[in-house]
Design a protein around this ligand. Structure first.
Ligand code: SF4
Length: 677
C-alpha cells in the first residue's frame, strides 16, 4: 500500500472557493469563473457540469455572475468585473488577500516590492496589480542577482513557493538595500504539504505527486520531493501512472497539490495498489516451480474482472454520482444534519443521517469536553445534530458533533457578549499569561483580569467557578482564544454598585454589622460591605482600652453605631460603645445591698477611698466606714493599690454611686462573683 502524505490535496482556500462557487450555482445563472477556479481540469469539468464555465477575460462575463478564483485578481480586474458582470463573488483566498494588502501597503510606504514567484502565475499577476504595477518578480537566486539596488526593499512570496527558495532569494537581496523587509507569505497549507511530502520521502523509494501540470504548488511539491533524492514522478490522473515505476518490493509514496480533489488521489492510490499487487504476483509467478500449481494460480488470478481502467472509471463515476446525490440532499461538507445514534464504541459513534451512507463521529469530534469514551456523551437511539466534515474514501461521512455544539455554544455566547451578561466560568487550568476557563467553550481569562489587584498564584484558582463577562469575541480568530473573559470587570462593577448603594443608604444613628478588617494603634477599620469606617479606640468600650487588640481581632464580626458620615470626604466614624450597655446600667443585676465583695483601692480623697468594684464601676468607702476607730485620714487605713474586702451599703445606678464599708466587712466571706462590664 503506498504511503499517503499526511497533508495532501485540497487546501482551505480551494475548498472555500469551491464552496462559494457551488453556493453561487444554486442561485439563478448563468455563472462563470475568471480563469479556471483552481488549476485542475477535473475540478473545472466538475463545475462545468454544474453550469459554471471558465472564461479568460472579464468581458466574457457580461450579463453573468462572475466568481473570482482563490488566486485573486488585480484591483483593475476587480473594478472591471464589478462594472461588467451581473454579480461578483470574490473567492480570493484570505491568505492571498493578505499578500495583496501587504504589497499595496509597502508601495505606499515607499518600498520597492520584490515578489518571489512565477511572473506568469495569476496570483502573482494579481499581487503586482495591488502593488500598483511597481513590483519586481523573481523566481530564482539568479534573477534576484539582477535586481537593481534600492533604498528600501520589501520581499513577499507567492503563497505556494518553496520556503528555501524564498530564504535564498531574500539573502541575495539583503546587500542591495539599506533596509530590507521580508514577509514570509508562503501559506501554511503549502508549508505543511511540503513538510509532509519530505517526511514520506524519507521512507520510500519512489514518490508520486498528483496534480494538474499547470498547478504551481504541485510543481513546487514535486521539486521538494525530487530534492530529497527520491525518484519522483508527477501525474495528473491515474492514467499517467506507469507500472514500470513500481518494481516488486519498492516502497511508494503519494502526495498531492492543494488543487487536487480527493477522488483523483483515491484513483491514483488504488491504481498504485493494483500495480504493487501485479508486481508481487509477477514475482511469485516467476518463482513458481510447479507448472500445474502455476496453472491453477493463473486461473485464480485471471478470474473475469472488470478491466482496471474501466473499473476505476466506474468507481470515480459512482463517487461523483454519490457526491451529487448527497449534495442534492444537503449533505455537502459544512452542512448540519439531524441523525440518530446507531452504534457507540469507546472511539467512535455511528450515526444514521438518513442517507445511503452512515456517518462516523470520531471521539475527538464528539464533544467540546475531554472524553475518555464516546459512551460518556451519547447512547444508541439519541437524536443528535452533526456537522459534515468530509466524505471518506469508503463512502462513509465523517461527522462532528463537537462543531455543532461549539457553534451553538458560540451563538449563545455571542448574544451574551452583546448583552454584556455575567456568566459562570469554571477554571480549567493555568497557562502562560492567564487561565483557561470553561464557559461552554474554552475561553481565556488574562492574568490582569482575574482580580482587581495583582494575582500572585494563578494555580490557586483552578477548579473554582467564578462570574465573568466576555470582553472579546472573535469567531474568525484562528490563533489564540476566540473568547476572552474578565472577572475584574464584574468585580469592579459589583464594587461600584455596592459603593453607590452604601452612600445612598448610610445615615448617622444607624446600627450596622461589619467585619474588623484592620487594627491600628488608634482604632479599627471596619468593613461595612464594600466600604470601611473607622472605629476609634475611644469608642470601643465604656472602659479605657489600651490597644484595640485588647478587645477586637481581625475578622471579628461586630455591630457598630454610625457616629458620623462625611459624604464629601467619604468618611464614616463608628462607635461600639454606644450600643454596648454601660456597666452602671446592669449593676443591679450583679450586686445587692449587703453583699461582701473584693475590690481595689484606686484613689484616695480626704472624705474616703474609691474602690474599683469592676472595670468602669467604682464605689466609695466613706472615711467613717474605713475603721471602727476614729481616723484622721483614709491613708491611715488603706493605700492606693490595696486589695480590700468591702460590704455594699447602697447602690444608686442613676447617680452611678455605690456606698461601701470596710469595717462592716471585716471577718466576712466575699460573694463569689465573676463580674462582666
Ligand atoms: S494554497 Fe494557501 S494561499 Fe493558496 S488557496 Fe490554498 S490556502 Fe490559500
Amino acid at each position: 500500500m503506498p504511503r499517503l502524505a499526511e497533508c495532501a490535496g485540497f487546501c482551505q482556500g480551494v475548498r472555500r472557493a469551491l464552496d462559494l462557487a457551488l453556493a453561487a450555482a444554486a442561485e439563478p445563472g448563468p455563472w462563470c469563473t475568471l480563469g479556471p477556479l483552481v488549476h485542475n481540469d477535473a475540478v473545472v469539468e466538475f463545475l462545468e457540469a454544474r453550469g459554471i464555465r471558465a472564461v479568460e477575460r472579464v468581458e466574457e462575463a457580461a450579463g453573468s455572475g462572475l466568481i473570482i478564483r482563490s488566486h485573486g485578481a488585480s484591483p483593475g480586474v476587480l473594478a472591471a468585473a464589478q462594472a461588467i458582470a451581473r454579480q461578483v463573488v470574490d473567492a480570493t483566498c484570505p491568505l492571498v488577500k493578505r499578500v495583496q494588502t501587504l504589497a499595496r501597503q509597502m508601495v505606499q510606504e515607499g518600498y520597492r516590492v520584490v515578489i518571489v514567484g512565477d511572473a506568469a502565475h495569476p496570483e502573482v499577476q494579481g499581487i503586482v496589480g495591488w502593488a500598483e504595477g511597481q513590483a519586481t518578480v523573481v523566481a530564482s537566486v539568479e534573477e534576484a542577482r539582477r535586481v537593481t539596488p534600492a533604498p528600501r526593499l520589501a520581499v513577499l512570496a507567492q503563497t505556494t513557493r518553496e520556503q528555501e527558495t524564498f530564504f535564498d532569494i531574500t539573502r541575495e537581496l539583503l546587500p542591495k538595500s539599506l533596509e530590507v523587509r521580508a514577509f514570509n507569505t508562503i501559506c501554511d497549507a503549502t508549508r505543511k504539504r511540503q513538510q509532509a511530502a519530505r517526511e514520506v520521502c524519507r521512507d520510500v523509494d519512489v514518490m508520486v505527486v498528483v496534480g494538474d501540470f499547470k498547478s504551481s504548488n504541485t510543481a513546487t511539491l514535486a521539486r521538494v520531493c525530487a530534492d530529497t533524492g527520491v525518484r519522483t514522478y508527477r501525474v495528473e490522473r491515474a492514467g499517467d501512472l506507469n507500472p514500470e515505476w513500481f518494481a516488486a518490493g519498492a516502497r511508494a509514496g503519494v502526495t498531492a497539490g492543494a488543487s487536487t480533489p480527493e477522488w483523483i488521489i483515491k484513483e491514483v492510490v488504488d491504481t498504485m495498489v493494483e500495480f504493487e499487487e501485479n508486481a508481487a504476483r509477477d514475482e511469485a509467478q516467476e518463482n513458481q516451480p510447479e507448472p500445474q500449481a502455476q496453472a491453477q494460480q493463473e486461473e485464480t488470478w485471471q478470474e473475469p474482472q472488470p478491466e482496471p481502467e474501466e473499473a476505476r472509471e466506474q468507481s470515480f463515476m459512482e463517487l461523483e454520482a454519490e457526491m451529487a446525490e448527497s449534495m442534492s440532499k444537503g449533505m455537502e461538507r459544512g452542512s448540519i444534519l439531524k441523525g440518530v445514534v446507531i452504534q457507540v464504541s469507546d472511539d467512535e459513534v455511528m450515526v444514521d443521517v438518513g442517507g445511503k451512507s452512515e456517518g462516523v463521529i470520531p471521539l475527538r469530534e464528539l464533544s467540546v469536553r475531554d472524553l475518555r469514551s464516546a459512551r460518556e456523551e451519547v447512547q444508541v437511539g439519541d437524536e443528535i445534530e452533526v456537522y459534515v466534515l468530509r466524505w471518506d474514501d469508503d463512502g462513509t461521512i465523517l461527522l462532528s458533533k463537537k462543531r455543532v455544539d461549539m457553534k451553538k455554544a458560540l451563538d449563545a455566547l455571542e448574544e451574551k457578549f452583546h448583552n454584556r451578561e455575567v456568566i459562570d466560568a469554571k477554571v480549567v487550568k493555568s497557562v502562560k499569561g492567564g487561565l483557561l476557563v470553561d464557559i461552554g467553550v474554552v475561553a481565556f481569562l488574562p492574568a490582569s483580569h482575574v482580580d482587581e489587584g495583582f494575582v500572585r498564584n494563578l494555580d490557586d484558582y483552578i477548579g473554582q467557578t467564578m462570574p465573568v463577562r466576555i470582553i472579546e469575541f472573535n469567531r474568525a480568530k484562528r490563533r489564540g482564544s476566540q473568547v476572552v473573559v474578565s472577572r475584574k470587570d464584574v468585580l469592579s462593577e459589583q464594587r461600584e454598585r455596592q459603593r453607590e448603594e452604601f452612600w445612598s443608604t448610610i445615615e448617622e444613628g444607624q446600627v450596622r454589622t461589619g467585619r474588623v478588617k484592620r487594627l491600628t494603634d488608634y482604632g479599627a477599620f471596619i468593613d461595612l460591605g464594600g466600604f470601611e469606617g473607622l472605629l476609634h479606640i475611644s469608642e470601643m468600650a465604656h472602659v479605657r482600652v489600651d490597644h484595640p487588640s485588647d478587645v477586637l481581632s481581625e475578622g471579628d464580626v461586630i455591630d457598630v453605631y454610625i457616629l458620623g458620615v462625611d459624604r464629601e470626604k467619604e468618611r464614616v466614624s463608628l462607635s461600639r460603645k454606644r450600643i454596648l450597655k454601660s456597666p452602671w446600667e446592669t449593676v443591679l443585676e450583679r450586686y445587692r445591698e449587703g453583699d461582701i465583695i473584693d475590690g481595689k483601692v484606686v484613689r484616695l480623697a480626704p472624705f474616703g477611698a474609691f474602690v474599683e468594684v469592676e472595670p468602669g464601676v467604682d464605689g466609695l468607702i466613706h472615711i467613717s466606714q474605713l475603721s471602727h476607730q476614729r481616723i484622721e485620714k483614709p491613708e491611715d487605713v488603706v493605700q492606693v493599690g490595696d486589695q480590700v474586702r468591702v460590704k455594699i451599703l447602697g447602690i444608686d445606678p442613676v447617680e452611678k454611686r455605690i456606698a461601701l464599708s470596710l469595717k462592716e466587712a471585716e471577718g466576712s466571706e466575699a460573694v463569689d462573683y465573676e463580674g462582666e462590664w
